[in-house]
Design a protein around this ligand. Structure first.
Ligand SMILES: CCCCCCCC/C=C\CCCCCCCCCCCC(=O)SCCNC(=O)CCNC(=O)[C@H](O)C(C)(C)COP(=O)(O)OP(=O)(O)OC[C@H]1O[C@@H](n2cnc3c(N)ncnc32)[C@H](O)[C@@H]1OP(=O)(O)O
Ligand code: FAD
Length: 666
């Protein structure tokens, strides 16, 4: 094949941008320093051949896993050699872009000891974990119990004679099943088990358990351990060793029970400390918050691929002597631009959620537990909303890329396969939305009792007004007013919440009501979470936004985010009489004009994510838009193309062909 000169097929597109892209890059990264770190780490990874990832789809499981071990070890070596800060190291791991045991070690094992250990326990275990002298995972889920944490069966029975706990798996269903890093890599785990003392069950708690020898990595006596097998997709999440684990009366010293929430004394007495018991779930709150930030990364990545390819791809029609760029089709815009807007929306709500998490953590340290329920509801609800939207959006981006989107070299199949479990792990999305609904029902039921709603539920203080207020849209331009839009989303959420609360009150047992109305409760929770995302986007725009044209672009995206949600959930808005059908039709007109406004800026808006071609891992999303020759190049790398005549021809193809010849002669 002829070598083509390097041409940037997207130069024209970039020249149309009406805003300062460098300023937008800084907004996206969350600050100048954050941008600088992220940019440096992305380039470092992209330029290192050990971090190549274009062969993942064709490696078998063992090679794939070994390769991941190699990359993780190399990443660690670079972190030490370059004396990277925690922020730099975590960015480096992010750009390596390969699920690995290190995610669970840094993302859950260390946080659970930090959050649920006593000071003494932190001093003992954290230095070893920080130096990676031990590798840990988070072993909560069991074969028979995932969502229902209180239903876990593994037992930790105190033996006062030896001052030890006996960890045991009493049934098949009590086997730990799923923990990442457990299958092959981890030496230790924080295991969640039922605390039993003196024959009494005190509920679940975390215990630090050594699983494998630090000398030869063999499982310790009483530990039965392995990998749970291949998961969805080639490559994808199969770089991770999700594992199973059974205990046969494994003994650990008493001081390996994480004792911040509950303590067991030398005599076997259980003492409950004054922190809320829900802190046992605190690591999940922390990880849910990071998953929201991660959703904007996965979504922006898919949108970047689909947007660049949509500008390169041409079908039908006539545009300056060529066929039409598919990005100019209104249908393509109406599918793509709301996803672009969602990527920015999730970025900003993720930033806010990080702040909320830090705030609740500081309050907890000062023994102020008042905002914990809200932090739980926000992290659970936003984790659910952003991961569900992102998973669907990646698949939509694949379709937006037509047939080529289905090729592994588009990067989209693997991104989808890696991403979809986010809808399940760290809490099934429906189960989490039901937690939000429970919080909203409780908030509404307490309104009369003087309990003031806090933070994201403060709007419920204006319940009377929100239940009746008409929507202030008279002309199309009113849809661009942020206060009009926010009030509309508040009214929809308030009205749906109250309607559900009324229906619930008709049940004599609230649990029966929750069962019967659970589908409606999920819709209520979704409406509330969408309100949070819309209002955090609007709040972001009230801050100082430097850079020519940057604020205008973000305002357009904010309106697209809100109005496309309105269009998608029109039934909610009409059935609660929040808007009239005339107003809905005006919103649709505004959306079309917003798409026209975004169109010339679309490529620059995805360039602002500052992704390297290495990170994107997509021929269709290449920065230079040079798609077709590179698609050929990738195709030729496939092992099937290594020989002209395929392996198996002589055994299986030739006989068939010959047989057909004979039949034809007959
Ligand atoms: C080299 C390679 C480098 C690669 C680098 C990659 C870098 C990537 C960068 C970023 C990536 C980020 C992504 C991270 C990746 C993560 C990988 C995957 C990890 C997955 C791990 C897991 O899945 S761990 C297991 C998770 N399990 C769950 O989530 C279980 C869900 N279930 C529950 O949480 C609970 O059972 C329940 C909440 C659903 C119910 O609990 P329970 O029965 O006890 O409660 P009630 O409903 O009765 O509630 C009682 C009461 O408590 C309140 N409450 C409940 N939960 C909480 C909480 N968490 N905090 C505070 N309060 C809580 C509840 O509201 C009730 O309150 P009331 O006032 O009584 O109403
Ligand atoms: C890739 C991956 C990595 C993981 N990593 C870890 C890890 O490191 N450590 C760990 O401990 N665990 C891990 N998990 C386990 C994960 O946390 C659980 O799978 C998750 O919490 C969901 O629980 P489940 O599998 O029991 O689902 P189930 O609860 O069995 O869900 C099945 C269906 O039932 C529905 N459902 C359940 N309860 C209700 C209800 N009350 N009301 C209405 N519908 C309901 C759900 O919506 C779902 O549709 C991982 C899972 C995956 C997929």
């Amino acid at each position: 094949m002829e070598a083509e000169a390097a041409v940037d097929y997207l130069v024209d597109e970039r020249s149309k941008a009406q805003f300062d892209i460098d300023a937008m890059k800084i907004i996206w990264a969350g600050g100048k320093h954050e941008f600088e770190v992220s940019d440096r780490m992305a380039r470092l990874v992209a330029s290192d051949p050990v971090f190549r990832k274009d062969n993942r789809a064709i490696l078998d499981r063992k090679e794939l896993f070994k390769n991941t071990l190699r990359k993780a070890a190399h990443a660690w070596k670079r972190i030490i050699e370059l004396r990277l800060s925690e922020q730099e190291a975590s960015k480096l791991r992010f750009f390596v872009d390969e699920p690995a045991y290190t995610d669970l070690h840094w993302g859950m094992f260390i946080p659970v000891i930090k959050g649920q250990g006593t000071e003494e326990q932190r001093k003992k275990w954290l230095p070893m974990a920080y130096r990676m002298q031990i590798i840990g995972c988070y072993a909560q889920t069991e074969l028979g119990h995932g969502s229902n944490v209180q239903g876990l069966e593994t037992t930790a029975t105190f033996d006062p004679e030896l001052d030890e706990f006996v960890i045991h798996s009493p049934t098949l269903t009590s086997s730990k099943w799923w923990p990442g890093g457990l299958g092959r890599a981890s030496t230790h785990a924080v295991v969640f088990a039922r605390l039993i003392t003196d024959g009494k069950d005190h509920g679940i708690n975390g215990f630090i358990v050594q699983l494998r020898s630090l000398d030869d990595h063999l499982p310790l006596p009483g530990i039965i351990i392995g990998d749970i097998g291949m998961k969805f997709g080639n490559g994808a999440y199969n770089t991770m060793d999700n594992g199973f684990l059974r205990f046969d009366h494994v003994r650990i010293p008493r001081d390996q029970m994480l004792m911040r929430v509950k303590q067991v004394t030398r005599e076997g007495k259980v003492v409950q400390s004054d922190v809320p018991w829900q802190l046992l779930y605190g690591t999940m709150v922390y990880v849910r918050q990071t998953i929201v930030a991660d959703a904007s990364c996965a979504l922006s990545r898919a949108v970047c691929i689909a947007t660049r390819y949509s500008a390169v791809r041409r079908q039908f029609g006539s545009q300056n002597g060529h066929e039409t760029q598919v990005i100019d089709y209104r249908t393509q815009q109406s599918r793509l631009f709301p996803l672009l807007a969602s990527a920015y929306a999730f970025r900003f709500v993720g930033e806010w959620l990080k702040w909320l998490y830090m705030d609740v953590t500081q309050r907890l340290q000062a023994r102020d537990f008042s905002t914990l329920p809200e932090a739980h509801a926000c992290t659970a609800g936003l984790k659910s909303l952003t991961t569900s939207v992102t998973a669907d959006a990646i698949e939509e981006c694949r379709k937006l890329c037509g047939g080529h989107g289905y090729l592994c070299s588009s990067g989209l199949p693997e991104l989808f396969a890696v991403y979809v479990p986010a809808c399940t792990y760290e809490g099934d999305n429906i189960v989490l939305l039901l937690q939000v609904a429970r919080f909203l029902m409780k908030t509404v039921s307490q309104l009369g009792s003087g309990e003031r709603p806090v933070g994201t539920t403060t709007y419920l203080l204006r319940l009377e007004h929100l239940l009746q207020c008409p929507c202030d849209v008279q002309g199309a331009e009113d849809w661009l007013k942020p206060d009009v839009v926010v009030q509309l989303f508040e009214a929809r959420s308030a009205r749906m919440t109250v309607a559900c609360a009324k229906s619930l009150s008709k049940f004599s047992k609230p649990e029966d009501g929750f069962m019967d109305l659970s589908a409606d409760l999920v819709s209520v929770a979704t409406a509330h979470c969408q309100l949070i995302v819309v209002s955090k986007f609007v709040e972001k725009l009230q801050q100082d936004i430097p850079g020519e044209g940057v604020k205008q672009q973000l305002e357009a995206l904010c309106s697209i985010y809100a109005l496309s949600l309105l269009k998608k959930h029109l039934g909610d808005f009409l059935s609660t009489s929040c808007i009239t059908s005339k107003q809905a039709s005006l919103a649709n007109d505004v959306l079309r004009s917003l798409y026209s406004q975004v169109r010339p800026n679309a490529i620059a808006l995805v360039d602002a994510f500052n992704y390297t071609d290495h990170f994107l891992g997509s021929v269709l999303g290449r920065y230079d838009g040079n798609v077709y020759p590179k698609l050929y190049e990738e195709a030729l790398k496939d092992p099937l193309n290594e020989s002209v005549v395929p392996d198996g021809y002589h055994e299986y193809l030739q006989p068939v062909l010959k047989q057909r010849l004979r039949t034809a002669r007959l």
